[in-house]
Design a protein around this ligand. Structure first.
Ligand code: GLN
Length: 347
């Protein structure tokens, strides 16, 4: 954290606007401790390399917009970003084309169907529907300008690295494994092309999309990437402006509607935060103006969302008063047990 920011934080803590460092540290540790033994959910294996993950891994990280970061458990354990990349690639495309173009070309409505649904494309006359499902994400990746697909790829890697504040690398094993087993995504890409919805060659576009999904991140990185969105597009650690405030607004509203796939409505109702999940077990949840939570645990529910991650974020949303729709300035009391009756969390 920069010194000037530290004094802003001190001031806000002393005026009661922010919880203290110790309070956030303690609540992050409690969110971790509360759910570390929860054994619901399965590790994804439809991409064979993901099946190597331990079901026990669990990390929680909270990053505040002023740069304070709180890590617990395996918050520094690397894993492939998978669909969490969709949020940040959408932000890069939104920055390039603007609100109206992405709404028209991709869409913003939930499919109500699984993230890799083919039928959703057919039911909607070729529309990819939204950038947070595979069809929309593949179409979004295909929109990025760039003479070669290598150039497109470097723009994505550089852009996501700027969100994280460090250079991100591809997990070569995960990339090769998904490229060898992504027949469903190939079907989606060719179907989009048949409807005139893909700007570029389907195979090249899928190659870039699969690389973006294979980038290695940690829960700590996700928290920083999310807090860059929470902070109007400026990375709170590096101070770099990555995208504009308009783009963060559009990205966060897209996450609110679609980031947790067909569970997005329930998620927003229970937790009240824009969020994005990925099948390797990562979730990022963003509270605009406050910060972000990054979690990692490979046990997934049927929609492909990390079970422990959802619970830990639900806990922190309540404990830290992050819910966007809560009118009270005072943080609500966290619910103490894992059987707290969240419908979404009891798949
Ligand atoms: N939900 C996900 O994380 C899916 C991402 C994965 N790379 C896929 O395309 O199937």
């Amino acid at each position: 954290m920069f010194e000037s920011e530290a004094s802003v934080v001190d001031q806000q803590v002393s005026t009661g606007q922010l919880p203290t460092w110790e309070e956030v540290e303690e609540l992050t540790a409690l969110a971790y401790a509360e759910y570390r033994d929860l054994d619901e959910g399965e590790v994804a294996d439809y991409i064979p390399a993901l099946a190597h993950a331990s079901p026990d891994w669990f990390g929680v990280s909270v990053a505040e917009v002023h740069g304070r970061i709180h890590d617990v458990g395996e918050a520094r354990h690397p894993f492939s970003i998978q669909s969490v990349s969709k949020a940040f690639v959408f932000a890069l495309v939104c920055e390039e084309f603007g609100h109206d173009v992405v709404r028209e070309r991709i869409g913003a409505n939930n499919t109500g169907l699984s993230f890799n649904s083919v039928i959703a494309i057919e039911l909607n006359e070729g529309s990819p529907m939204n950038p947070m499902v595979n069809a929309g994400a593949i179409a979004t990746t295909g929109m990025l300008a760039g003479i070669s697909h290598e150039r497109q790829w470097s723009r994505i890697r550089e852009g996501l690295s700027a969100f994280a504040g460090r250079e991100l690398e591809v997990d070569a094993e995960v990339y090769a494994s998904e490229m060898a087993s992504n027949q469903r995504n190939q079907a989606i890409a060719y179907l989009l092309q048949s409807y005139g919805r893909l700007n570029r060659d389907p195979h090249e576009t899928l190659d870039v999309y699969t690389r973006q999904c294979s980038l290695l991140v940690t829960g700590h990185d996700l928290a920083i990437m999310g807090s860059t969105l929470a902070n109007g597009g400026v990375n709170p650690i590096t101070g770099e402006r990555v995208v504009s405030p308009d783009t963060t607004r559009d990205t966060l509203s897209m996450l609110a509607g679609n980031g947790m796939y067909e569970r997005s409505g329930e998620w927003l109702f229970e937790i009240g935060l824009p969020a994005k999940s990925g099948v390797a077990g990562g979730i990022v949840a963003v509270s605009p103006g406050k910060g972000a939570v990054g979690t990692f645990s490979p046990r997934l529910d049927r929609a492909g969302n990390s079970v422990r991650g959802q619970r830990a974020i639900a806990y922190l949303s309540r404990a830290l008063g992050l819910n966007l729709f809560a009118s009270s300035e005072l943080p609500a009391q966290p619910r103490p047990t894992s059987t707290s009756g969240f419908g979404i969390l009891n798949n």
